[in-house]
Ligand binder design. Structure first.
Ligand SMILES: Nc1ncnc2c1ncn2[C@@H]1O[C@H](COP(=O)(O)OP(=O)(O)O)[C@@H](O)[C@H]1O
Ligand SMILES: [Mg+2]
Length: 245
């Protein structure tokens, strides 16, 4: 068994004729939080789409638990243990909180005890448990993001890809959401996250990947990246804030 749960090798691809991933290569350690940082347009979200089979690659290999997963359907990837929480709000506003979470189990087919999985997910999110009967539209932005994470847990994923969870959240909600990711990590889930809120994200991460122009510029322990003066200047100080959307 290799130390990493996922590795991507030499990914090349993009949109139409435009190449965004220029040989992207990195690996993601098991049971750790790995955060991808880098300027807007670097290809961070694109690499997540590629991992989750939403972008057709021209070249490259994606290995999840020692198995090549290029070309698998989303359903197959979910069943293999990869979950994807995209950027933005992706809930069913009219449905109850509990019903939203339940939908996370749809891809599982028969054989899982959905009710007990919902309970286990709600254990991690006390605010969602309190509001489980309410319409999801009544949740705050941060609670809605937590709902998406809770829903993604229904298939008992081993790897969660999460794209900019902190966008639009209050600082307190960001800390709460990061805390939940740390809890998941402590339970053995591997987390690969993209964050513009780079400094706070790296503070709770184990590893960091700096992506630029579709290539890995640096991959190291998060605290080393956090204290690397070059990275500090480029991505963690004012420059990062100015380029944030
Ligand atoms: N669906 C799309 N069609 C065409 N171009 C896209 C699409 N999505 C993203 N891009 C372009 O690809 C580049 C990388 O985007 P993205 O991966 O979203 O960057 P990041 O997440 O690092 O900010 C950007 O130049 C963006 O405009
Ligand atoms: Mg993005």
């Amino acid at each position: 068994m290799s130390d990493s749960i996922l590795s991507v090798h030499n990914l090349i691809g993009g949109y139409g004729k435009m190449t965004i991933l220029n040989g992207t290569t990195f690996s993601v350690p098991r049971a750790a939080i790995t955060t991808v940082i880098g300027p807007n347009g670097a290809g961070k979200s694109t690499v997540f789409k590629a991992i989750f089979g939403l972008l057709k690659l021209r070249e490259g290999k994606i290995v999840f638990k020692d198995r090549d997963v290029v070309g698998l359907s989303q359903r197959a990837l979910l069943n293999a243990g990869i979950c994807y929480v995209p950027q933005g709000r992706n809930i069913f506003a009219e449905l109850s909180v509990r019903h939203n979470i339940e939908l996370g189990g749809v891809a599982a087919g028969r054989g899982i005890d959905v009710a007990s999985r919902i309970e286990a997910a709600l254990d991690l999110f006390p605010a969602l448990r309190r509001k489980s009967a309410q319409q999801a539209s009544t949740l705050s932005g941060g609670e809605q993001k937590q709902l998406e994470i809770a829903r993604s847990l229904l298939l008992d994923p081993q790897l969660v890809l999460i794209d900019e969870p902190s966008i639009g959240l209050s600082p307190l909600m960001v800390q709460q959401t990061f805390k939940i990711l740390q809890n998941l990590r402590d339970r053995g889930v591997s987390i690969l996250m993209i964050e513009q809120n780079a400094r706070s994200a790296l503070e709770i991460s184990d590893h960091a990947i700096v992506l630029e122009l579709g290539q890995t510029r640096l991959a190291d322990k998060a605290d080393r990246v956090l204290h690397d003066p070059r990275i500090g200047q480029l991505f963690l100080g004012g420059a990062m804030e100015e380029t944030a959307a």
